[in-house]
Write a protein that binds this ligand. Structure first.
Ligand SMILES: Cc1cc2nc3c(=O)[nH]c(=O)nc-3n(C[C@H](O)[C@H](O)[C@H](O)COP(=O)(O)OP(=O)(O)OC[C@H]3O[C@@H](n4cnc5c(N)ncnc54)[C@H](O)[C@@H]3O)c2cc1C
Length: 438
């Protein structure tokens, strides 16, 4: 019989959350043997690569503010002080709102909480917005379609200048390179984990154990080729968390939904270039990430491509769909044509008559309160449920995972701010519900 390999920790999933966790665990526990496995051919190829690659600290819950603010500061530190180029650029985020939306108590509470946390933001009125983005339509008077389409007029813009974009693949490479500097254990790619193996504690070597009367925990993973054991299994499988947790009766409490991106190029179109290179928001002379007041439509500039990535926050009406391994999550051209495009071209007529040159779709892994889960139960350390913002929370989530592994009550995030290591757990959850989900 071949001997079963064993490690101290196995990390399943080499997306941004998996590699960040691997790095922080290895750095803080240098004697531990940590194996990273992923079924893709390389790290960061799943939803991390499919994202809009944007980061913001402008959340309404103080938990998400803390997770994102410290992660963004770490990203800046890596780029500016360590000198590892993550292509991080501060273009900012801009929420466009009607008077009614702007005066809604939830927006006031959001702004108050940002004020208290020292999160930089400013408000532009309609006149200022029109000056900075001349092609923005702030006046729907005489347009009968806007009522039919439930479109709110633009009266205000809420802007955050510490938000921006980066290259998530570079971030994944950074963590992985740093991880590899401290360990001799090579990550294994093309490794599909079929199931988590339950074992009895203590093992009595009885056939078919663990029995109902035995204490049990997860003791390893079964891949297509082998069984590998570890004291701790980190589950950073994002949208696929339920595939491994459901069979062992652990409720991840997360659900996945499709999210699509459509690419529009501005080259050869002066009117779109004017939108792209709107001045006054940042040093890049670029339009920020823009969230329209209605229908959940948003877009971000893509300066290298001289274009835009356009998306839409699917809320009621979009199925929670459990993604199977081989599912092809195809983007839907009709979703753009009949849904996003009519809205976008009302606010920005410069987009009239343009069509996407590319598109893709991935999965958003939602928690019920739009705050991530990080918890350690039954030998499994779960880090997921980032609710569409895992890149901007990854570093903080990884540090919390490490604190839980080390049995510490508090996790120290980048810059020295702390959070209870169980705040993101299921049993001792201590968070505010997030209301600013894009
Ligand atoms: C269209 C879109 C736009 C987004 N925009 C943003 C954004 O602007 N900013 C932001 O912060 N976030 C954004 N997100 C969300 C972000 O992509 C995710 O929160 C983040 O990538 C989650 O990281 P992860 O490591 O959990 O997941 P993933 O990158 O999906 O990694 C999970 C890994 O687990 C592996 N895996 C799963 N099951 C198994 C198994 N059984 N065996 C072996 N390996 C397995 C997968 O192969 C995968 O590599 C967006 C997502 C989408 C889809």
């Amino acid at each position: 019989m071949t001997e079963i390999e064993s490690f101290d920790i196995i990390i399943v999933g080499a997306g941004v959350i998996g590699v960040a966790t691997a790095y922080h665990l290895q750095k803080n526990n240098p004697d531990k043997n940590i194996l990273i496995v992923d079924r893709y051919a390389a790290a960061g190829q799943a939803n991390t690569a499919l994202s809009a690659a944007a980061v913001r600290n402008m959340f309404a819950s103080s938990t998400n503010q803390l997770l994102t603010d410290t992660t963004i500061k770490y990203i800046e530190h890596v780029q500016e002080e360590i000198g590892y180029d993550l292509h991080f650029e501060k273009a900012g985020y801009l929420w466009l709102m009607s008077e009614t939306q702007f005066n809604h108590p939830s927006v006031k509470e959001w702004m108050n909480r940002m004020e208290k946390s020292g999160i930089h933001h400013e408000v532009y009125d309609k006149k200022q917005l029109k000056k900075m983005i001349p092609s923005l339509n702030v006046d729907f008077i005489g347009d009968e379609e806007v009522d039919l389409m439930n479109l709110e007029e633009v009266d205000y813009g809420l802007f955050g200048g510490d938000c921006g974009f980066l290259d998530p693949t570079r971030l994944v490479e950074y963590y992985l390179e740093e991880f590899k500097k401290i360990t001799h254990v090579k990550p294994r790619f093309g490794f599909n984990v079929k199931r988590l193996i339950l074992g009895a504690v203590p093992p009595l070597e009885l056939p078919g154990e663990p029995y109902v009367w035995q204490n049990k925990r997860v003791i390893g993973i079964e891949t297509d080729e082998a069984e590998i054991h570890a004291d701790t299994i980190v589950l950073a499988t994002g949208a696929w968390a339920n595939e491994l947790l459901d069979p062992i009766g652990m409720n991840s409490q997360t659900k996945c939904k499709k999210r699509q991106m459509f690419v529009i190029h501005a080259e050869d179109k002066k009117r779109l270039q004017d939108v792209l290179h709107s001045e006054g928001f940042n040093e890049l002379d670029s339009i920020p990430f823009v969230i329209l007041p209605s229908a959940g439509v948003y877009f971000r500039p893509q300066l290298q491509e001289e274009g835009f990535w356009i998306g839409c926050g699917d809320k009621f009406g979009r199925a929670y769909k459990y993604i199977q391994t081989d599912d092809v999550l195809a983007p839907e051209s009709s979703y753009f044509e009949n849904g996003i495009y009519p809205v976008l071209s009302k606010y920005f007529p410069a987009f009239s008559d343009v069509r996407p040159v590319n598109s893709w779709a991935g999965g958003y892994c939602y928690s019920p309160d739009a705050i991530p889960f990080v918890y350690y139960e039954n030998g499994v350390l779960v880090a997921n449920g980032a609710s569409g913002s895992g890149i901007m929370k990854a570093d903080a989530m990884a540090r919390i995972a490490n604190a839980l592994y080390q049995g510490k009550g508090e996790a120290e995030l980048f810059g020295g701010r702390t959070i209870s290591s169980t705040a993101l757990s299921i049993k001792d959850r201590d968070v505010e519900v997030e209301s600013v989900v894009i």
